[in-house]
Ligand binder design. Structure first.
Ligand SMILES: Nc1ncnc2c1ncn2[C@@H]1O[C@H](COP(=O)(O)OP(=O)(O)OP(=O)(O)O)[C@@H](O)[C@H]1O
Length: 239
């Protein structure tokens, strides 16, 4: 069966600083995957490579069997591969409703824009209440919701989520986790997330990324216990 995503042998660097080193991973049809690992080890860079925001020095990205390595981000979005950026990358002076409407810029997305908008407002009633409000005046959690909402407006066939709960209060995080579960049941997702428990509730398989490489693959139905995962994360001696 064709894989949804096949990433093989990716090398990527910022100038002379190499961040990804021959990284390979894949996603089968019908599954969600999660990425975790220490800060600064290349998870966001990997998402940028997949969504075309960064060109790798070597390796290949295939989406639904098609080679998309180095394609322009807008071309990749029009194929249905959509990245939800961290919430701080929105246009601050644009209103919530305007941001969502503009996000549906591809032909397939425009065709279903009304239904997508209804779905976004259903998932995030706070956004429906804040239609005319400028993005820069939203709280951190609301910005994350808007960022995910904007990605949903692009009619994704695969959604990349970069630390959707970063910096949120426990209450907001819980609210977002419910929405994320709902989304991940409908659209295949690749999620980068520090909270491994949340990740395990969303993804069928996890990849631990360290120093720009996959160092371990964990299946949800065979996942080690919490303490063992914490040890992988922070090294021996973590509790
Ligand atoms: N635009 C850039 N220019 C130069 N170096 C960068 C740039 N973006 C990221 N880096 C560096 O690349 C490395 C990997 O960063 P990346 O954001 O991919 O890691 P990450 O695993 O997603 O971390 P985090 O969990 O903190 O977001 C880091 O050392 C970072 O400082």
């Amino acid at each position: 069966m064709t894989r949804v995503l096949d990433v093989s042998g990716i090398d990527a660097a910022y100038g002379s600083v190499t961040v990804l080193r021959g990284l390979s991973l894949h996603m089968n049809a019908g599954e969600n995957i999660g990425l975790f690992g220490p800060n600064g080890h290349g998870k966001t860079t990997l998402l940028r490579v997949i969504s075309g925001l960064m060109r790798p020095r070597a390796g290949q990205v295939r989406f639904q069997g098609e080679d998309i390595t180095g394609a322009r981000p807008s071309v990749i979005v029009s194929k249905g591969l959509v990245q939800s950026q961290q919430g701080n990358t929105l246009f601050g002076d644009m209103a919530v409703a305007e941001t969502l409407e503009m996000a549906a810029f591809t032909k397939p997305a425009r065709a279903v824009a009304q239904a997508s908008l209804a779905q976004v407002y259903d998932l995030f009633p706070r956004l429906a209440e804040r239609g005319p409000q400028k993005a820069k005046t939203l709280s951190g959690g609301e910005r994350q919701m808007l960022s995910i909402g904007a990605a949903l407006m692009c009619a994704p066939r695969l959604l990349l989520l970069d630390e959707p709960t970063l910096g949120l209060s426990p209450k907001l995080k819980e609210e977002l986790a419910v929405a994320l579960k709902d989304i991940s049941a409908r659209v295949p997702v690749v999620v980068v997330e520090q909270d491994v428990e949340l990740l395990l509730s969303l993804a069928d398989r996890l990849y631990l990324i360290e120093h720009g490489e996959v160092v371990r693959e964990i299946a949800q139905d065979n996942a080690p216990d919490h303490q063992e995962i914490m040890q992988m994360y922070f090294g021996e001696g973590a509790h």
